[in-house]
Write a protein that binds this ligand. Structure first.
Ligand SMILES: Nc1ncnc2c1ncn2[C@@H]1O[C@H](COP(=O)(O)OP(=O)(O)OP(=O)(O)O)[C@@H](O)[C@H]1O
Ligand SMILES: [Mg+2]
Length: 368
């Protein structure tokens, strides 16, 4: 999969811009606050209808303007798909090949994209909710049904909590059953995903860092679920029910549900040390990047398509050696890459790969 062309109209600090891309690596170079991240954000939005940073629709539209439009041509083999996204303060209207897309599920699953941006470091450094969100979003990329299941799970969880608050025994029973039933489905998918990451991430970490360190990912749950091979939805449900019985009294006292995937997270270990506690910033960055590259490889294996890869602010995120390994590894994978940097020298120096360079200045993009 590659993006061959992008045009922007009244998007962020871009009034009107149109760019053709290389199918290898594309580099946006420019000083701070010129529009580099905005350009990546436009690509991400077109592919996913979401942005990778907190923003409302109105923030995406150029100040003083009423609406923004993004257009892009995605190509897979000989097939071209014309995507467009019209953004107004109250909503987004996507089209594929001029056909209005009413259900967003029709839009997903066609273009795959993975983004690495400075905020991602928070996935490893921040609160468990960020790691859960990361897992859920990644899983959703592989299986759009997962988004429905997680939505249903959280609805059951909230109803269960409401029933606990009003001490309605009948409702507690109904919603607890439903929550645990849906919880088992989610847990199994998350465990399978973590197991898959564990077959890829350690190798990719070593590839980027050039080190021999052992990386592993652990799923942290109150239920014992270390041997994934012996687990299925039924026995996970049994484990959840057993755990739930243990905390029944406490749940009634605290009036909230205490068992289920809403409490879980994952931890990354380097040489058996938890990276959140002991890892350097560089190790944490490399680990999250290795996780994202694992997604890329897994996506290719499962879906038979190479996702687009976005890297924001690469200059400040990784040292020379790691950047070199990263570009080499992306080149070998044949992925289309979009990178932003303030310093082109650091990119040129460490690998020989041809790159399409674009100068970004005050909302204008010029090929170099
Ligand atoms: N809705 C908008 N309308 C007009 N300008 C906007 C809008 N939203 C953001 N901007 C401006 O776009 C500019 C460029 O932002 P962007 O995040 O793309 O910079 P950048 O080139 O990535 O810089 P840095 O190197 O600092 O990360 C900022 O100055 C910002 O104020
Ligand atoms: Mg930026």
């Amino acid at each position: 999969m590659r993006l061959s062309h992008l045009s922007l109209l009244n998007f962020r600090n871009y009034e009107e811009e149109s760019i053709c891309f290389s199918s290898d690596t594309n580099v946006f170079i420019g000083n701070n606050a010129q529009g580099k991240t905005n350009a990546l954000e436009a690509i991400y939005l077109l592919a996913t209808l979401q942005t990778f940073r907190p923003a409302e629709n109105k923030d995406l539209i150029q100040w003083e303007k009423k609406e923004a439009t993004l257009r892009g041509i995605f190509e897979e083999g000989d097939v071209q798909q014309h995507y467009s996204l019209h953004i107004e303060p109250l909503g987004k209207r996507p089209r594929i090949n001029d056909k209005v897309i009413k259900k967003t599920s029709e839009y997903f699953g066609l273009v795959h994209i993975i983004c690495f941006c400075p905020f991602d470091l928070q996935v490893l450094q921040g609160a468990p909710v960020l790691r859960r969100r990361y897992l859920d979003r990644s899983l959703f990329n592989f299986n759009s049904q997962y988004a429905v299941e997680i939505g249903n799970y959280y609805r059951a969880f909230l109803q269960h909590n409401a029933a606990l608050r009003i001490e309605n025994e009948e409702m507690i029973e109904i919603w607890r059953e439903k929550q645990l039933f849906l919880g088992a489905k989610i847990l199994l998918k998350r465990l399978q995903f973590i197991a898959e990451l564990n077959t890829l991430t350690p190798y990719l970490y070593r590839e980027i860092s050039g080190s021999k360190e052992e990386v592993s990912i652990h799923y942290d749950s109150e239920i014992k679920c270390s041997n994934i091979n012996n687990l299925n939805e039924e026995n996970i449900l049994e484990l959840l029910k057993d755990k739930q019985k243990e905390v029944l009294g406490l749940e009634r006292k605290l009036k909230r549900s205490l068992v289920g995937p809403h409490r879980d997270q994952f931890s990354v270990f380097i040489s058996e040390k938890n990276i959140k506690v002991f890892g350097s910033q560089g190790e944490q960055r490399t680990a999250i990047l290795a996780l994202k590259l694992s997604e890329l490889v897994a996506m290719e294996q499962k879906k038979g398509t190479k996702p687009l890869f976005l890297l924001d602010d690469i200059t400040s995120e990784l040292d020379e050696k790691r950047k070199g390994y990263l570009f080499e590894s992306l080149k070998q994978k044949g992925t289309q890459v979009f990178v932003t940097t303030t310093d082109v020298k650091s990119l040129k120096a460490n690998d020989e790969q041809e790159k399409a360079l674009f100068k970004v200045e005050n909302g204008k993009i010029q090929p170099l």
